[in-house]
Design a protein around this ligand. Structure first.
Ligand code: SAM
Length: 282
């Protein structure tokens, strides 16, 4: 099989986020916001957006971080939220934030105004580029001298039991998950910090600081709701859709057995692990 071109990979990502990826993200958004609250706080604190600043929120999705950044930069500043998913941008626009603009586009190639931004920020939106080096070069060109790049991305599945535990439990029963190659886009594409360092260096960001952030990630209020969610959102949604009902029932029972020991009066949270990445343009 011939390898896909950058344009084909970008088109696949756009189709995914305008199709099942966007729909599932939206359907699970309440739970996702709660799961990501701590990671979000760490990233926004590190970004330290301040009044009057001009900011890009890359892969802004439904715009929750765009709205927070817009509050931080105030009426004299501005935030540009960019995303390839019209499905998610429609939800973002509902925020009606005066000093934010939402744009449909591929952040990797979008013609941002050169040397005009103080901060390029992203919460989990930079791991899906067909060509990450040109994408980060594009962000570098958009930043003013002294501007900051701040983003958060997942570490490996093995360090993220909130993701791995249900997958491991269900795996013997369901069709296998696709195995992305080391350079393929996806939620764990930036798990290897050496890969992040290499991409940023090649894109012209020197002296990046990459620090682990370890926090509990909320899966859901009950075992039943988590399993119901797993059939609709996340890595198991497609395998569940393809499995016959008897096999799906076995997979659900296996997930329930794995989750039950972790149930607390507040539902279930399991460890989550991100990299917080910071670089300044000199
Ligand atoms: C995991 S979601 C994170 C969304 C949002 N940042 C949040 O934390 O709620 C990844 C987002 O990146 C967007 N995305 C993926 N590739 C993109 C690209 N090349 N340009 C712009 N957005 C992209 C997706 O549409 C999706 O909204």
């Amino acid at each position: 099989m011939t390898a896909k071109s950058t344009a084909e990979i970008a088109a696949d990502q756009a189709a995914f986020w305008n199709g099942p990826g966007g729909e599932r993200w939206l359907a699970a958004y309440g739970r996702i916001q709660r799961s990501l609250a701590g990671f979000s706080r760490e990233a926004l604190t590190a970004a330290a957006a301040s009044p009057g600043e001009h900011v890009i929120d890359v892969g802004c999705g439904t715009g929750a971080t765009t709205a927070e950044l817009a509050r931080a930069v105030g009426p004299t500043g501005h935030v540009l939220g960019i995303d390839i998913s019209e499905t998610l941008l429609a939800a973002a626009r509902a925020h009606r934030v005066d000093n934010a603009t939402f744009v449909l586009g591929d952040a990797a190639t979008h013609p941002f105004r050169p040397q005009s931004y103080d901060l390029v920020f992203s919460r989990l939106g930079v791991m899906f580029f067909a060509g990450p080096v040109p994408a980060f070069r594009n962000f570098r060109q958009a930043l003013k001298s002294g501007g900051r790049l701040v983003f958060i991305c997942w570490r490996a599945p093995s360090e993220n039991p909130w993701w791995l535990l249900p997958v491991r439990a269900a795996q013997p029963f369901l069709p296998p998950l696709p195995r992305p190659g080391p350079e393929d886009p996806g939620p764990f594409a930036f798990a290897d910090r050496h890969r992040i360092e290499r991409i940023l260096k090649e894109a012209g960001f020197t002296g990046a600081r990459i620090a682990p952030v370890d926090l509990p990630a909320f899966l859901g209020p009950s075992v039943g709701e988590i399993i119901e969610g797993a059939t609709r959102f996340g890595p198991l949604a497609t395998p569940f859709a393809e499995a016959d009902p008897a096999v799906a029932a076995e997979a659900k029972a296996a997930i329930a057995a794995a989750l039950e020991p972790h149930l607390t009066p507040d539902g279930i949270s399991l460890p989550g692990a991100c990299w917080l990445v910071r670089a300044t343009l000199h």
